[in-house]
Design a protein around this ligand. Structure first.
Ligand code: ZN
Ligand code: ZN
Length: 237
């Protein structure tokens, strides 16, 4: 670590100490560590297992998985910060359904640490919500994640490039094999993406069907590469 890096860490550690302590969202103990305390952070399911580089499914030695070999998705690569298991799943649900919006910032900061800074895309597109769903929820958690990532990594955010044109059933309400059909042609991209490398941001990747459908819409407008950036990857049972 350089002297500048060390100084920066010291400064941020000092700033942290002057911020008011806040209760950890997981255990309730007061800390200066942000949304959750250091002990709870150490116990979070960080996504460290060897995995398929395309869809992030764990594979024995990090090789491309059978699904991606047989039926390659339209995105090239997936980066996930966590696996979608306890207690991270509860935190994601608290962000989406409990309106704990500050969690989006904390998740995006963890995800940003996983992104290869030497190979950044040209722009970031959040998974769009249908306008009816947006009215109901009041916010799009993927846009909150994407906005923080764009700011931290200094990449252009394109919040209005893509739209969800069909109000689909929630993917989580459907069996895995019906999810692809549910989101077919659900998205439209209204921007010329010629020659652009794009990062698509979503909270959770389970089958990858939504991200695949979004990648299809973006690729149709000329994008040369779509990558999936997600807070968490669902692992097979
Ligand atoms: Zn805690
Ligand atoms: Zn795969």
């Amino acid at each position: 670590m350089s002297i500048i890096g060390n100084n920066f860490l010291n400064i941020s550690a000092i700033i942290k100490r002057f911020l008011p302590a806040q209760p950890c969202v997981l255990c309730g103990s007061m800390s200066h560590d942000g949304m959750w305390c250091a002990a709870c952070d150490a116990a979070l399911p960080y996504f460290d297992a060897p995995h398929c580089r395309v869809c992030a499914l764990p594979t024995p030695s990090g090789e491309v998985c059978g699904h991606c070999l047989k039926d390659p998705p339209l995105f090239t690569r997936t980066t996930a910060a966590f696996s979608y298991s306890f207690p991270l799943d509860k935190l994601v649900q608290a962000m989406k359904f409990g309106e704990q919006l500050a969690l989006a910032n904390a998740f995006a900061e963890k995800l940003a640490l996983r992104i290869d800074q030497s190979d950044l895309p040209d722009c970031i597109i959040p998974m769009p919500l249908h306008p009816a769903k947006l009215r109901e929820r009041g916010f799009n958690q993927s846009l909150l994640l994407a906005a923080t990532l764009a700011r931290k990594l200094d990449i252009e955010l394109l919040p209005g490039a893509c739209h969800r044109v069909r109000d689909t059933l929630p993917q989580s309400a459907l069996p895995w094999k019906e999810r692809k059909k549910n989101v077919r042609n659900a998205f439209r991209c209204d921007m010329d993406m010629s020659g652009k490398r794009v990062a698509l941001v979503d909270d959770v990747l389970t089958t990858g069907a939504s991200l695949n459908a979004l990648a299809e819409a973006v690729n149709k407008r000329g994008s040369v590469e779509s990558n999936s950036w997600v807070v968490a990857r669902t692992l097979p049972h």
